[in-house]
Design a protein around this ligand. Structure first.
Ligand SMILES: CSC[C@@H](O)[C@@H](O)C(=O)COP(=O)(O)O
Length: 386
């Protein structure tokens, strides 16, 4: 392909950038809070938003100020800890948090872990303060475990890439955002891409812009730039021509839910990429922590898919410096006539036969089958079948 299409090539690797302040617990004199980097305002500005109560955190989740499956789980766990520490009704808070977005199973998982820790402490006669500390300790544990899972997946994913693509000059296409912005560590699929870059084996990262909320253009390109990756942004509908030109060696994506049969719910637009990859004989690799596996959902058709407001499709919003927290992607310039109806599912489902491999911290499943998922669940203490 001609060089004029090659986009931003940042040459020499700069030193690793400082970690992003994605999510943290803080205890100012006014009481405990959950502090988030407001992702709706990236890349225009790096601004934190402070959640002093559960409704504020639920709003941050629903507006995508905080987003991405693993981080939603971490946020949910801290949300329960926040409710407990501030003396709110912990059960009601847990329900509100778990139901804030329906597709990423990690959210309910994180909420339940902190809630179970709180209940266990209470059942043992702990004071409300001690029970709140138990919930916070569990949230912190989940946060740390996710960082460790990210590092393990990066190593396993790179080993798999090297095995599938001997020669070591990988051109990887990715969709949505799967980096440090979704994780306690460096992410899922993006962590594998970073590992390939650091090992000198990433030739190019192709970044789908990811309509309608532009997680690829706004967030993945931002993370790629700050890490000095050779990356190029493309519109989602340019992916087919990129495959046809022979420019994609592998597709790497994350997941919001992997069902018992190995179906993968991920950002809308993932399934067409899997179909393209199959047609062009390109590996299609899903990278997700075991907290994303949901053996209680039998198959892809049973996955609850979030449908978001049509205004996200009929209007365009660029992140605006100084915008109100969480509003960076809501409202904007009309793209369609007033009153136009829009179809806006946030996720689609890729069937297991289109997935070359599922990379988790508990192991790699390939081919992706119901039996393979069962074995993985048996190995991982993160997956509960209650
Ligand atoms: C590990 S990230 C995997 C997915 O959570 C990611 O690809 C994705 O679809 C995020 O969707 P979002 O709607 O931005 O929360």
């Amino acid at each position: 392909m001609a060089d004029q299409y090659a986009g931003t090539d940042l040459g020499e690797q700069p030193p690793a950038p400082p970690p992003l302040p994605v999510l943290r617990w803080a205890e100012p004199p006014e009481g405990p809070v959950v502090v988030l980097l407001d992702q709706t305002r990236l890349p225009a500005e790096e601004v934190e938003t402070v959640c002093t109560d559960v409704p504020a955190l639920v709003r941050a989740i629903q507006t995508l100020a905080v987003r991405g499956a693993p981080l939603l789980g971490i946020a949910g766990a801290y949300g329960v800890a926040l409710a407990a520490a501030r003396g709110f009704d912990v059960d009601a808070a847990a329900t509100q948090l778990a139901e804030a977005r329906p597709t990423a199973v990690n959210l309910a998982h994180g909420v339940r872990r902190a809630l179970d820790a709180h209940r266990a402490a209470t059942d043992k006669g702990a004071t409300p303060e001690e029970a709140a500390t138990a919930a916070l300790t569990e949230a912190r544990r989940l946060h740390t475990e996710d960082a460790e899972a990210s590092a393990t997946m990066a190593t396993a994913g790179l080993a798999l890439l090297d095995e599938l693509l001997p020669g070591g000059s990988h051109r990887v296409l990715t969709h949505c955002n799967t980096g440090a912005l979704v994780s306690g560590g460096e992410g899922t699929a993006f962590a594998v891409v970073l590992a390939a870059h650091r090992a000198g084996r990433l030739r190019r990262l192709w970044v789908d812009e990811t309509r309608p909320l532009m997680q690829g253009a706004r967030l993945t390109a931002y993370e790629a730039a700050r890490n000095g990756l050779p990356y190029t942004l493309l519109t989602d509908n340019a992916a087919g021509s990129l495959f046809a030109a022979g420019e994609v060696d592998a597709v790497l994506v994350g997941a919001d839910r992997v069902t018992a049969d190995g179906s993968v719910a991920n950002k809308i637009g993932t399934y067409p990429l899997a179909v393209l990859a199959k047609y062009h004989h390109v590996p299609f690799i899903v990278v997700a922590p075991a907290t994303t596996i949901d053996p209680r959902t039998p198959d892809g058709a049973a996955t609850e898919i979030e449908h978001r407001p049509g205004s996200e499709v009929t209007q365009f919003t660029a992140p605006t410096p100084g915008a109100t927290a969480g509003t960076g992607t809501a409202g904007g310039t009309p793209l369609a006539p007033l009153g136009t109806q829009a179809y806006n599912p946030a996720f689609d489902v890729t069937p297991p036969e289109l997935v070359t491999a599922l990379v988790t911290e508990a192991g790699v499943v390939s081919p992706v089958t119901r039996g393979g998922i069962e074995e993985l669940c048996a190995r991982s203490r993160q997956v509960t079948i209650s």
